[in-house]
Ligand binder design. Sequence first.
Ligand SMILES: Cc1cc2nc3c(=O)[nH]c(=O)nc-3n(C[C@H](O)[C@H](O)[C@H](O)COP(=O)(O)OP(=O)(O)OC[C@H]3O[C@@H](n4cnc5c(N)ncnc54)[C@H](O)[C@@H]3O)c2cc1C
Ligand SMILES: C[S@@+](CC[C@H](N)C(=O)[O-])C[C@H]1O[C@@H](n2cnc3c(N)ncnc32)[C@H](O)[C@@H]1O
Length: 611
Amino acid sequence: MTSTLDWQEGLPFSTQYGDIYFSRESGVAETRHVFLDQNHLTARWPILKDGDRFVIGETGFGTGLNFLCAWQLWDEVAPASARLHFVSTELHPIAPDELRRALALWPELAKWSAQLLARYGVMAPGWHRLTFAQGRVVLTLLIGDARTTLPRLDATVDAWFLDGFAPARNPEMWDTGLFQVMAKRSAPNATFATFTSAGIVRRGLEAAGFQVEKVPGHGKKREMLRGELAGEGRPSAIPARKAIVIGGGLAGCASAHSLAMRGWQVTLIERHASLAAEASGNHQGILYARLMPKMSPLSELTLAGYQYSLRMLAQLLPQSEDTWQQCGLLQLAFDERESARLHGILDLGLPPALLHGVSRSEAGTLAGVELLFGGLMFPGSGWVSPPALCRALMNSPGITLLAGQEASAIVHGHAGWEVHGESGPIAAAPVIVIACANHSRRFAQTAHLPLRSIRGQVTHLPATVQSRAVKTVLCTEGYAAPARHDMHTIGATYGNLEETLELRAADHRENLDMLSHLSPELYAALGGESLDEGCLDGRAACRCNVVDYLPLVGAVSPGLYVNTGHGSRGLMTALLAGEALAATIEEEPAPLPVELMQAISPGRFLSAKTV
Ligand SMILES: Cc1cc2nc3c(=O)[nH]c(=O)nc-3n(C[C@H](O)[C@H](O)[C@H](O)COP(=O)(O)OP(=O)(O)OC[C@H]3O[C@@H](n4cnc5c(N)ncnc54)[C@H](O)[C@@H]3O)c2cc1C
Ligand SMILES: C[S@@+](CC[C@H](N)C(=O)[O-])C[C@H]1O[C@@H](n2cnc3c(N)ncnc32)[C@H](O)[C@@H]1O
């Protein structure tokens, strides 16, 4: 999947396609001439209004040179509050080291390429969202074949950059079907530009409804193609950028953050005195991308969400013992079934930097403690303090926290939606996001959503001299995390349909039994049989599950949205859900494929009969 890059005379070259990534004379000058000038961006961008967005769609991300040049121009001419979305598809993502080498060719772009390199990382197949400059520039990379990624794209594109390799060498990128999809994903008056003037490309674009003209190419290329779709400009339907979010856990804080990044004024209402007092309140949660050998919607969401959460953590929260540690995670093959599942996951062929197989002795060396099983290593994973992450998400201009206020009803009034508490109105705004986990059902508008409360308890065990040697998170059906402030979190139980939150000795025993199976050595190091489950500390909370295990993210009715149902994997899904919701509200390119957006939408439970 990763590109087979070669270097010829210091320039990147694809051995697979026998073609160059950019012009030998001057890649930057060619990009500016072909893609920026012929899409008339220098004229179109300065006249954008405050808060407007502009969407570029590209085929062939390659080294990201076109992206960087577009971003540079955007910084020069677009209004400060407008936002650029750059959506690009790439079948053979360039490895980070090769990308660094390629971008070093353009010192004049160093200011922008350094930011790209800081976020780029491992590019597994699927959708990746990278956010730059406090949300002013958003890159969505669709890793896969353009013929399968673009039909799944949920976006309205204003300008297309067609940049496959030469049509004769890379015909898949100039497929007539692809041009038809482009036309469907285009805003009225959308433009396109491409370096080629090949007849097959011209005819394909014309057949899809584009008006095509030949204009002078760059350097030695006599001609290139540019053009546009016929049609009227679209009216903007975005309401005043004011929203209320109800619920101060991961889902609510992530929703508030993504809206604030788009210039929204957000009031977050939380019934407790502080954020993250319920499910998001554990000292340590783990970043576990639980996948299946066959990619299901849940696996695809988990994989995209895992990588998005890692990027957001790197961006928002410096690592420390208080916040999070990217210490790696080992999923152990603790029985035959699990071993078969892990082998199936390895067969997906995901990049080894994302996950790779390890033998029993390798696992023990990585973990710093003897283990009975090998399994999968996720080097980028680790543990996170969800409350620290919630606070970091809320630390954005434009967010006001109303703590200690409980929302009891939502009504539609003169000023849009109003949130009421027991003693009267709390706040009003045109947009509301309900992120109250199981309590989302208390509002008449969302009472039909099929949510289930699943109690869970974690056990806190004081670190010992031997247990401090544990370096990575260890997982079987449960997990054990390396010590945070001299305390290990071991968890978590899974109690069906329960809501009580008292600590139970039997649940501690269940966690200890899980630990003794996970690693007898670690169990002994932490006290083993001398541990008295009646005297242990821990924490209990309720997960919020949806019957189909996918979260609920999207519109319930105009202006009313939910972000909930994150079950046992909120650290993987809640942040990306907040971003998906903000993209939906702003009618921007979605960070997930269209059918996955539908799969998580509350619209799948339209009728109260499904409860
Ligand atoms: C024991 C346990 C262990 C877990 N371990 C992991 C893990 O290792 N990794 C992982 O990814 N996930 C884990 N999870 C799951 C994860 O914690 C959740 O998916 C995530 O915290 C859900 O976030 P949320 O914002 O949807 O819900 P919550 O954190 O529950 O937030 C909902 C918020 O809404 C507020 N609220 C509710 N009603 C109202 C109202 N009417 N007015 C105002 N405010 C209101 C609540 O007070 C609360 O703060 C675990 C969960 C449990 C219970
Ligand atoms: C000319 S290069 C793109 C250069 C790039 N725009 C830049 O700024 O560096 C063409 C790119 O298209 C990619 N590509 C080829 N076939 C593809 C396909 N079927 N789907 C998606 N990308 C493809 C190649 O891997 C390569 O990165």
